[in-house]
Ligand binder design. Structure first.
Ligand code: PGA
Length: 271
Protein backbone atom coordinates (compact mmCIF):
# COMPACT_ATOMS: atom_id res chain seq x y z
CA UNK A 1 0.00 0.00 0.00
CA UNK A 2 1.34 3.45 -0.89
CA UNK A 3 0.26 6.67 0.75
CA UNK A 4 0.03 10.18 -0.60
CA UNK A 5 -0.48 12.87 1.98
CA UNK A 6 -2.88 15.77 1.99
CA UNK A 7 0.01 18.20 1.84
CA UNK A 8 1.29 19.72 -1.39
CA UNK A 9 4.13 17.81 -3.00
CA UNK A 10 7.60 18.58 -1.73
CA UNK A 11 10.04 19.70 -4.41
CA UNK A 12 11.89 16.78 -5.99
CA UNK A 13 15.10 16.35 -4.06
CA UNK A 14 16.78 14.20 -6.69
CA UNK A 15 17.50 11.69 -4.01
CA UNK A 16 15.94 8.27 -3.74
CA UNK A 17 14.81 7.42 -0.26
CA UNK A 18 16.74 4.52 1.15
CA UNK A 19 14.47 1.48 1.01
CA UNK A 20 11.67 3.63 -0.34
CA UNK A 21 10.95 2.72 -3.91
CA UNK A 22 8.00 5.06 -4.11
CA UNK A 23 8.12 8.55 -5.54
CA UNK A 24 8.39 11.60 -3.30
CA UNK A 25 4.63 11.83 -3.09
CA UNK A 26 4.13 8.21 -2.14
CA UNK A 27 5.26 6.45 0.98
CA UNK A 28 5.69 2.70 1.34
CA UNK A 29 3.98 1.35 4.41
CA UNK A 30 6.29 0.03 7.11
CA UNK A 31 5.58 -2.44 9.92
CA UNK A 32 8.16 -2.70 12.71
CA UNK A 33 8.07 -5.43 15.35
CA UNK A 34 9.73 -4.45 18.63
CA UNK A 35 10.17 -7.65 20.63
CA UNK A 36 11.32 -5.68 23.70
CA UNK A 37 12.92 -8.01 26.32
CA UNK A 38 11.17 -11.18 25.17
CA UNK A 39 12.17 -14.47 23.59
CA UNK A 40 14.90 -17.08 23.75
CA UNK A 41 16.79 -19.02 21.10
CA UNK A 42 14.16 -21.70 20.78
CA UNK A 43 11.10 -19.43 20.76
CA UNK A 44 12.78 -17.00 18.37
CA UNK A 45 13.64 -19.76 15.92
CA UNK A 46 10.02 -20.93 15.84
CA UNK A 47 8.63 -17.41 15.47
CA UNK A 48 11.14 -16.37 12.81
CA UNK A 49 10.64 -19.52 10.75
CA UNK A 50 6.95 -18.69 10.42
CA UNK A 51 7.52 -14.98 9.77
CA UNK A 52 10.28 -15.62 7.21
CA UNK A 53 8.13 -18.17 5.38
CA UNK A 54 5.20 -15.76 5.35
CA UNK A 55 7.13 -12.76 4.05
CA UNK A 56 9.11 -13.78 0.99
CA UNK A 57 9.63 -11.96 -2.31
CA UNK A 58 8.34 -8.56 -3.40
CA UNK A 59 5.89 -6.58 -1.35
CA UNK A 60 4.48 -3.08 -1.24
CA UNK A 61 5.30 -2.72 2.44
CA UNK A 62 8.57 -3.02 4.37
CA UNK A 63 8.77 -5.25 7.44
CA UNK A 64 11.38 -4.94 10.19
CA UNK A 65 12.04 -7.03 13.31
CA UNK A 66 13.93 -5.58 16.29
CA UNK A 67 15.00 -8.41 18.63
CA UNK A 68 16.97 -7.95 21.86
CA UNK A 69 20.70 -7.32 21.19
CA UNK A 70 21.97 -10.84 22.03
CA UNK A 71 19.71 -12.31 19.34
CA UNK A 72 20.59 -9.94 16.48
CA UNK A 73 22.98 -12.35 14.73
CA UNK A 74 20.70 -15.33 15.18
CA UNK A 75 17.72 -13.32 13.92
CA UNK A 76 19.74 -12.08 10.96
CA UNK A 77 20.67 -15.58 9.89
CA UNK A 78 17.13 -16.91 10.32
CA UNK A 79 15.71 -14.04 8.25
CA UNK A 80 18.12 -14.51 5.36
CA UNK A 81 16.21 -15.35 2.22
CA UNK A 82 13.10 -13.53 3.44
CA UNK A 83 12.24 -9.89 2.80
CA UNK A 84 12.16 -9.02 6.50
CA UNK A 85 14.76 -6.45 7.58
CA UNK A 86 16.65 -6.22 10.85
CA UNK A 87 16.51 -3.42 13.40
CA UNK A 88 17.64 -2.66 16.96
CA UNK A 89 15.67 -1.35 19.93
CA UNK A 90 18.05 1.41 21.02
CA UNK A 91 21.71 2.40 20.69
CA UNK A 92 24.48 4.42 22.29
CA UNK A 93 25.10 7.96 21.15
CA UNK A 94 28.85 7.10 21.11
CA UNK A 95 30.61 5.15 18.37
CA UNK A 96 33.23 3.36 20.53
CA UNK A 97 35.18 3.52 23.76
CA UNK A 98 34.85 2.98 27.49
CA UNK A 99 31.06 2.73 27.76
CA UNK A 100 30.44 -0.52 29.62
CA UNK A 101 27.31 -2.32 28.54
CA UNK A 102 26.60 -0.05 25.57
CA UNK A 103 26.16 -1.01 21.91
CA UNK A 104 27.23 1.33 19.10
CA UNK A 105 25.81 2.15 15.69
CA UNK A 106 28.86 0.80 13.81
CA UNK A 107 28.34 -2.51 15.66
CA UNK A 108 24.71 -2.60 14.59
CA UNK A 109 25.68 -1.82 11.00
CA UNK A 110 28.21 -4.68 11.20
CA UNK A 111 25.37 -7.05 12.11
CA UNK A 112 23.24 -6.01 9.13
CA UNK A 113 20.86 -3.80 11.09
CA UNK A 114 19.14 -1.23 8.92
CA UNK A 115 16.87 0.49 11.44
CA UNK A 116 17.22 1.63 15.06
CA UNK A 117 14.32 2.56 17.33
CA UNK A 118 15.22 5.57 19.45
CA UNK A 119 13.33 7.50 22.11
CA UNK A 120 10.90 4.69 22.87
CA UNK A 121 8.78 5.80 25.83
CA UNK A 122 9.91 2.81 27.91
CA UNK A 123 13.50 4.07 27.62
CA UNK A 124 12.52 7.67 28.25
CA UNK A 125 10.56 6.65 31.36
CA UNK A 126 12.56 3.72 32.75
CA UNK A 127 16.11 4.59 31.65
CA UNK A 128 15.63 8.32 32.04
CA UNK A 129 16.58 9.12 28.44
CA UNK A 130 16.14 12.82 27.85
CA UNK A 131 15.10 14.68 24.70
CA UNK A 132 18.74 15.79 24.37
CA UNK A 133 20.10 12.26 24.62
CA UNK A 134 17.58 11.01 22.08
CA UNK A 135 18.71 13.79 19.75
CA UNK A 136 22.35 12.70 20.11
CA UNK A 137 21.35 9.08 19.43
CA UNK A 138 19.52 10.26 16.31
CA UNK A 139 22.72 11.96 15.12
CA UNK A 140 24.77 8.78 15.77
CA UNK A 141 22.29 6.59 13.89
CA UNK A 142 22.26 8.96 10.96
CA UNK A 143 26.08 9.22 10.94
CA UNK A 144 26.33 5.40 10.66
CA UNK A 145 23.97 5.33 7.65
CA UNK A 146 21.24 3.55 9.60
CA UNK A 147 17.61 4.65 9.66
CA UNK A 148 16.35 6.07 12.95
CA UNK A 149 12.79 5.33 14.01
CA UNK A 150 12.23 8.28 16.30
CA UNK A 151 9.43 7.69 18.82
CA UNK A 152 7.46 10.53 20.32
CA UNK A 153 4.25 10.53 22.34
CA UNK A 154 2.40 12.14 25.18
CA UNK A 155 1.60 10.76 28.64
CA UNK A 156 -1.94 10.23 29.84
CA UNK A 157 -1.64 13.41 31.93
CA UNK A 158 -0.57 15.44 28.87
CA UNK A 159 -3.50 14.05 26.94
CA UNK A 160 -5.98 14.80 29.71
CA UNK A 161 -4.70 18.37 29.86
CA UNK A 162 -4.91 18.74 26.08
CA UNK A 163 -1.13 19.17 25.83
CA UNK A 164 -0.37 16.33 23.39
CA UNK A 165 0.77 18.55 20.53
CA UNK A 166 2.94 20.62 22.85
CA UNK A 167 4.74 17.47 24.05
CA UNK A 168 5.22 16.13 20.53
CA UNK A 169 6.51 19.49 19.39
CA UNK A 170 9.04 19.62 22.25
CA UNK A 171 10.29 16.10 21.49
CA UNK A 172 10.64 16.79 17.76
CA UNK A 173 12.23 20.19 18.20
CA UNK A 174 14.93 18.74 20.45
CA UNK A 175 16.07 16.64 17.47
CA UNK A 176 15.56 19.34 14.83
CA UNK A 177 17.81 21.61 16.94
CA UNK A 178 20.68 19.11 16.53
CA UNK A 179 20.16 18.01 12.97
CA UNK A 180 17.95 20.42 11.06
CA UNK A 181 15.08 18.88 9.13
CA UNK A 182 16.79 17.69 5.93
CA UNK A 183 18.17 14.52 7.52
CA UNK A 184 14.62 13.33 8.13
CA UNK A 185 14.43 12.24 4.51
CA UNK A 186 16.21 9.10 5.74
CA UNK A 187 14.31 8.76 8.98
CA UNK A 188 11.04 7.34 10.22
CA UNK A 189 8.84 8.87 12.91
CA UNK A 190 6.57 6.95 15.24
CA UNK A 191 3.73 8.41 17.23
CA UNK A 192 3.18 6.30 20.34
CA UNK A 193 0.84 7.76 22.94
CA UNK A 194 2.28 6.45 26.21
CA UNK A 195 -1.20 5.59 27.50
CA UNK A 196 -1.78 3.29 24.50
CA UNK A 197 1.45 1.25 24.66
CA UNK A 198 0.88 -2.22 26.04
CA UNK A 199 -2.46 -1.21 27.57
CA UNK A 200 -4.92 -2.51 25.00
CA UNK A 201 -6.18 1.08 24.54
CA UNK A 202 -5.63 2.33 21.01
CA UNK A 203 -5.88 5.99 20.05
CA UNK A 204 -9.07 6.63 18.11
CA UNK A 205 -8.56 7.29 14.40
CA UNK A 206 -9.31 10.98 15.07
CA UNK A 207 -6.76 11.22 17.90
CA UNK A 208 -4.08 9.45 15.87
CA UNK A 209 -4.73 11.41 12.69
CA UNK A 210 -4.65 14.74 14.53
CA UNK A 211 -1.14 14.05 15.85
CA UNK A 212 0.17 12.49 12.63
CA UNK A 213 -1.02 15.45 10.63
CA UNK A 214 0.59 17.82 13.13
CA UNK A 215 3.89 15.89 12.99
CA UNK A 216 3.85 15.91 9.21
CA UNK A 217 3.35 19.66 9.19
CA UNK A 218 6.42 20.06 11.47
CA UNK A 219 8.59 18.49 8.76
CA UNK A 220 8.21 21.45 6.41
CA UNK A 221 9.33 20.62 2.85
CA UNK A 222 9.76 16.93 3.65
CA UNK A 223 6.23 16.59 4.96
CA UNK A 224 4.94 14.36 2.19
CA UNK A 225 8.03 12.11 2.14
CA UNK A 226 8.60 10.96 5.70
CA UNK A 227 6.95 7.82 6.98
CA UNK A 228 5.08 8.27 10.26
CA UNK A 229 4.09 5.08 12.08
CA UNK A 230 1.47 4.69 14.76
CA UNK A 231 2.23 2.53 17.80
CA UNK A 232 0.17 1.55 20.82
CA UNK A 233 -1.87 -1.66 21.01
CA UNK A 234 -2.06 -2.18 17.25
CA UNK A 235 -3.54 -5.62 16.54
CA UNK A 236 -4.83 -7.35 13.43
CA UNK A 237 -8.40 -6.27 14.26
CA UNK A 238 -7.63 -2.52 14.29
CA UNK A 239 -4.66 -2.27 11.89
CA UNK A 240 -6.71 -1.91 8.71
CA UNK A 241 -8.65 1.07 10.08
CA UNK A 242 -5.45 2.83 11.20
CA UNK A 243 -3.61 2.13 7.94
CA UNK A 244 -6.49 3.61 5.96
CA UNK A 245 -5.85 7.04 7.53
CA UNK A 246 -4.06 9.42 5.17
CA UNK A 247 -1.15 10.30 7.47
CA UNK A 248 -0.45 6.88 9.00
CA UNK A 249 2.20 4.93 7.11
CA UNK A 250 2.35 1.74 9.13
CA UNK A 251 2.81 0.56 12.68
CA UNK A 252 5.30 0.02 15.45
CA UNK A 253 4.20 -3.16 17.19
CA UNK A 254 5.07 -4.55 20.59
CA UNK A 255 2.88 -7.43 21.76
CA UNK A 256 1.53 -8.25 18.30
CA UNK A 257 5.04 -8.88 16.96
CA UNK A 258 5.50 -11.88 19.27
CA UNK A 259 2.80 -13.91 17.54
CA UNK A 260 3.65 -14.91 13.96
CA UNK A 261 0.05 -15.13 12.71
CA UNK A 262 -0.91 -11.82 14.28
CA UNK A 263 2.26 -10.13 13.03
CA UNK A 264 1.86 -11.41 9.48
CA UNK A 265 -1.82 -10.41 9.41
CA UNK A 266 -0.80 -6.82 10.25
CA UNK A 267 2.00 -6.89 7.65
CA UNK A 268 -0.51 -8.07 5.05
CA UNK A 269 -2.92 -5.28 6.01
CA UNK A 270 -0.12 -2.81 5.24
CA UNK A 271 0.92 -4.48 1.97
P1 PGA B 1 2.26 -2.54 22.04
O1 PGA B 1 3.68 -1.79 22.09
O2 PGA B 1 1.96 -2.83 20.59
O3 PGA B 1 2.45 -3.77 22.85
O4 PGA B 1 1.27 -1.58 22.62
C1 PGA B 1 4.00 -0.82 21.13
C2 PGA B 1 5.41 -0.34 21.33
O5 PGA B 1 5.90 -0.30 22.46
O6 PGA B 1 6.07 0.04 20.36
Amino acid sequence: MFKSSWLPLAPALGEVLLLNKASNAERRQLVVGNWKMNGNLQQNAALLAKVAAGWQGEHNADVVICPPFPYLMHTNSLLSGSSVLLGAQTVSENDQGAYTGEISCPMLADLNCKFVIIGHNERRRMQGETDEQVARQFVAVHRAGLIPILCVGESLKDREQGRQLETISRQLNAVFAHTGKDVFKNAVLAYEPVWAVGTGKTATPEQAEEVHRFMRAQLGGLASEVRILYGGSVKSHNAQQLFALPDIDGALLGGASLDADEFLAICKAAD
